[in-house]
Design a protein around this ligand. Sequence first.
Ligand code: RP5
Length: 165
Amino acid sequence: MTQQPLVGVVMGSDSDWPVMAHAVERLDAFGVAHEARVVSAHRTPDLMYRYAEEAAARGLRAIIAGAGGAAHLPGMLAAMTTIPVLGVPVPSRYLKGQDSLLSIVQMPKGVPVATFAIGEAGAANAGLFAVAMLATGDAALAERLAEFRAAQRERVAAMTLPPTS
Ligand code: RP5
C-alpha cells in the first residue's frame, strides 16, 4: 500500500506471518491502508520501542500485534503508546497458543490490550475490528462493513446440510 498506513500489523517473527496474514487480508479487502512488519519485543527491543514511540506521529490509528509463546509484544507496545493495540495470540509449538493467549489477555489494569482468539480466526477478527473502529469515522467504510456482514448473513442463511441416513 502506498497510502499513509492507518493500521500497523506487527508480529514477533516471520514465522507468525501465516497467521497474521489473515489480518492483512481483511484490511486489504476493505481498502484500509496498512503496513506489516516484524518487530520483536525480546529480540529487537529498540525497534519495538521506536515503533511504539513513532506510531501516533506517523498517523497509525490502531496496531494489530501478534506473537506466540511468552507473547509480550502487544502489552509492551500498549505500554508505550495510547493507540489501541489489538493482540493476536499466535499458536505456539508445544502449548498450541494457550501460553500466547494468557500472556496477551492477562494485562494488569491500566494498560489494556484488546485480545482476540488464538490463531487465524483471531487475526482475521482483529483485522475486522480495526475496520470497525475506523468505520465509526468513515461513512463509506461503514457501508462496506455493513455489506460484508449482509453477504456473510446471506451465505450462512443459504447453507444446507446433507440428509441423514
Ligand atoms: C515469538 O516467538 C514470535 O512471535 C513467534 O511466535 C515465536 C517463535 O519465533 P521463531 O522462533 O519462530 O522466530 O517471538
